[in-house]
Design a protein around this ligand. Structure first.
Ligand SMILES: O=P(O)(O)OC[C@@H](O)[C@@H](O)c1c[nH]c2ccccc12
Length: 262
C-alpha cells in the first residue's frame, strides 16, 4: 500500500465515524451553510500575483513544518499580504490539521478559503460548506470519473468553486468536465513525494483554456512563478515556503512584494 492508499483507507473510516456522530441535517443547520461563497477562480483571474497560501503544520513528507501557529493569525497575515485565497489543511492524522482550523480561519477573514482534504464522500462536501469553505479540492488520483462528477456537482450546487488536482495526463483526461473551475497540477507525486515543476510545464498545454490553471507544491521563488506564468498558470499554491518561517503572513507579503518588483 502506498501512502495515498493508506490516507484514503483511514479517511473512509473517519468519515463513517463522523456520519454516525454528526448527521448531515445538523451540518445543514450551520449559519455558514447559507453564506454566499467568495470565488477563488474569479480572484485568480483578476490577480497579478495569483498566490494561494496554505496553512500546513506537517505532512507525510515533512514531519515538522510549523507546530506553533495560530491559524487565525496566519489567515489574517495572509489576507493582509494580499493573497488571492488560503488553503487550509483539515486532515488530522497525516497533516496535523482539523475542520476547526477551517472554522477559525473563516472567523478571521473574508477571502476565499479552500478546504484542503482528501474528499471521497459527499458528506465532506457538506461539512466543508458548513465550516466556511468557498472551494473544495478534488484529487483525481483517488477518485473515479463518476465520483469527480457527483462531488463537483454537489459543490457547485452549494455555491462553491472546485479545484481538481492532477499529476499526469491520464488523470487530466478522465477529469475534464464542466463542473470544475480550476485545474491544479501537483508538482509533488503524492505516492513518492518527488517534486518537479516540470510536471506543471508538461501538462499545461493539455488543460483547456476555460479552466484557471493552478500550479501546486514545491514553489519557493519568484523566478519559478514567472516561468510558470509563461505556461499559462494564473494560480500558485504555496505552503511550506511560507509556513516554515515564524511569520507566514510576513513571508507571503515579502514574496508578493518581490513578485511585483520584477
Ligand atoms: O508545501 P508546498 O510544497 O508549497 O505544497 C503546498 C500544496 O501544494 C500541498 O500541500 C498539496 C498539494 N496537493 C495536496 C493534496 C493533499 C495534501 C497536500 C497537498
Amino acid at each position: 500500500m502506498n501512502i495515498l492508499d493508506k490516507i484514503v483507507a483511514d479517511k473512509k473510516k473517519e468519515v463513517d465515524l463522523k456520519k454516525g456522530l454528526i448527521p448531515t441535517t445538523q451540518l445543514e443547520k450551520s449559519v455558514l451553510f447559507n453564506r454566499t461563497g467568495a470565488s477563488l477562480s474569479t480572484a485568480l483571474r483578476n490577480s497579478q500575483s495569483g498566490i494561494i497560501a496554505e496553512h500546513k503544520r506537517r505532512s507525510p513528507s515533512k514531519q515538522t513544518i510549523n507546530q506553533s501557529t495560530n491559524v487565525g493569525m496566519v489567515a489574517k497575515g495572509y489576507e493582509n499580504a494580499g493573497v488571492c485565497g488560503m488553503s487550509v489543511l483539515t486532515d488530522i492524522k497525516y497533516f496535523g490539521g482539523s475542520i476547526e482550523d477551517l472554522l477559525l480561519a473563516r472567523a478571521c477573514v473574508t477571502m476565499p478559503l479552500l478546504r484542503k482534504e482528501f474528499m471521497i464522500d459527499e458528506y465532506q462536501v457538506l461539512e466543508a460548506k458548513a465550516h466556511g469553505a468557498d472551494v473544495i479540492l478534488l484529487i483525481a488520483a483517488v477518485l473515479s470519473q463518476k465520483e469527480i462528477k457527483s462531488l463537483s456537482e454537489l459543490a457547485k450546487s452549494l455555491g462553491m468553486d472546485v479545484l481538481l488536482e492532477v499529476h499526469n495526463e491520464a488523470e487530466l483526461q478522465k477529469s475534464i468536465m464542466p463542473s470544475l473551475d480550476m485545474l491544479g497540477v501537483n508538482n509533488r507525486n503524492l505516492k513518492t513525494f518527488e517534486v518537479s515543476l516540470e510536471t506543471s510545464k508538461e501538462l499545461a498545454t493539455q488543460i483547456p483554456d476555460d479552466f484557471v490553471k493552478v500550479s501546486e507544491s514545491g514553489i519557493s521563488s519568484v523566478a519559478a512563478i514567472n516561468e510558470l506564468k509563461q505556461y499559462g498558470y494564473q494560480g500558485f499554491l504555496i505552503g511550506e515556503n511560507f509556513m516554515k518561517t515564524e511569520n507566514p503572513g510576513q513571508s507571503a507579503l515579502d514574496f508578493i512584494n518581490a513578485l511585483q518588483n520584477v
